[in-house]
Design a protein around this ligand. Structure first.
Ligand SMILES: NC(=O)C1=CN([C@@H]2O[C@H](COP(=O)(O)OP(=O)(O)OC[C@H]3O[C@@H](n4cnc5c(N)ncnc54)[C@H](O)[C@@H]3O)[C@@H](O)[C@H]2O)[C@@H](O)CC1
Ligand SMILES: Nc1ncnc2c1ncn2[C@@H]1O[C@H](COP(=O)(O)OP(=O)(O)O)[C@@H](O)[C@H]1O
Length: 282
């Protein structure tokens, strides 16, 4: 590993967990707007919203098709589906970029024009560069290769897998945004030179939906730090590395609970509060 990349530790992550204080209410704590899921992938919305709630956000406002809203509310009735002010956006998990409805395009335009920080995942990745709000993208290797190739930078999935550090840096530089490149070692960087790695503590993470959970954790961390981000967008990388750390530890904890056995994405989301509790006790 290149020495210029710093492995993110529990001590680092602990600094980015925002403990509630007496003067807080749900709005001050942070409202995360979520545009995820589709009739094809309703589960991605459920997982991201679940993870955001578990990560301690003040409120989640969810926008999506009726059936997806129903699935989200069935799992998390705490979620608000009424439009309103938000302090951060999570966009794209479970959305097919080829099949974005007219209604969805409109919701995305409103969200991205609002100038609050944006986490772009999966089917929202191609929206990078269409707005000026502080942005972090969260692709896996195949998604990053596709995104760069669409921008006339030839990259294959194999090349990204072989040199994730180099491609994450190149993407941050070329796209002008913070990047969280997922994998067994997650690479987080930005055009200003922040470079963090998060080594997954368990490979049971390699299962469907765990990236959607990561999106929810990151969205929640971004929303709870909205005041800081308003003046210092550079902290997106610290928040992203913390999200990956929390996701990895939650997977480790959930697996340890079943004697080292497999975990599902929902198990990981459910273990998030325990990880956050132990970071606060750090
Ligand atoms: N429960 C859910 O609703 C879930 C939704 N998900 C969503 O699903 C969408 C697609 O995510 P992906 O990460 O699959 O996108 P990818 O861009 O990695 O893959 C796109 C498609 O390529 C095919 N493919 C690629 N590699 C393959 C392989 N080795 N073997 C078989 N088929 C392969 C699959 O048909 C896949 O759907 C995203 O929007 C994501 O958020 C996933 O997160 C899984 C869970
Ligand atoms: N071999 C692996 N070992 C550990 N973690 C992994 C491995 N492969 C993927 N991951 C992690 O699992 C998650 C998978 O996310 P993603 O590829 O978006 O899946 P999905 O779209 O199904 O949610 C990411 O956080 C990634 O860092």
């Amino acid at each position: 590993m290149d020495a210029s990349w710093q492995e993110w530790t529990a001590e680092d992550a602990a600094e980015w967990i925002m403990e509630p204080v007496a003067g807080d209410d749900k709005y001050r704590r942070g409202v995360l707007g979520v545009i995820t899921g589709s009739p094809d992938y309703p589960g991605a919305a459920v997982l991201g919203v679940e993870a955001a709630h578990r990560a301690g956000v003040g409120m989640v406002r969810f926008t999506g098709p009726r059936a997806v809203r129903a699935a989200v509310l069935a799992r998390r009735p705490e979620t608000v589906t009424m439009a309103g002010r938000v302090q951060a956006w999570l966009v794209g998990s479970g959305i097919d970029p080829e099949r974005r409805s007219f209604l969805l395009q409109g919701d995305l335009q409103v969200a991205l024009a609002s100038r609050v920080p944006v986490v772009l995942d999966a089917g929202g990745l191609d929206l990078v560069g269409t707005h000026t709000a502080p942005t972090i993208i969260t692709p896996h290797a195949r998604e990053l290769a596709t995104l760069l190739t669409e921008r006339e930078i030839d990259a294959s999935e194999q090349e990204v897998r072989e040199d994730p550090a180099g491609w994450a840096e190149r993407a941050a530089r070329e796209l002008g945004v913070a990047v969280l490149l997922k994998g067994p070692v997650t690479h987080v960087c930005d055009p200003d030179g922040d470079r963090y790695t998060v080594t997954a503590p368990t490979h049971w993470l390699a299962t469907a939906g765990t990236g959607d959970v990561l999106g929810g954790i990151l969205g929640a961390l971004v929303a709870t730090h909205h005041e800081r981000l308003a003046t210092d967008a550079e902290v997106l990388t610290s928040l992203a590395a913390t999200a990956a750390y929390v996701q990895g530890e939650a997977a480790r904890l959930a697996s340890a609970y079943v004697g080292g056995g497999p975990v599902t994405a929902l198990d990981i989301a459910e273990a998030v509060p325990g990880v956050i509790g132990s970071l606060l006790a750090h």
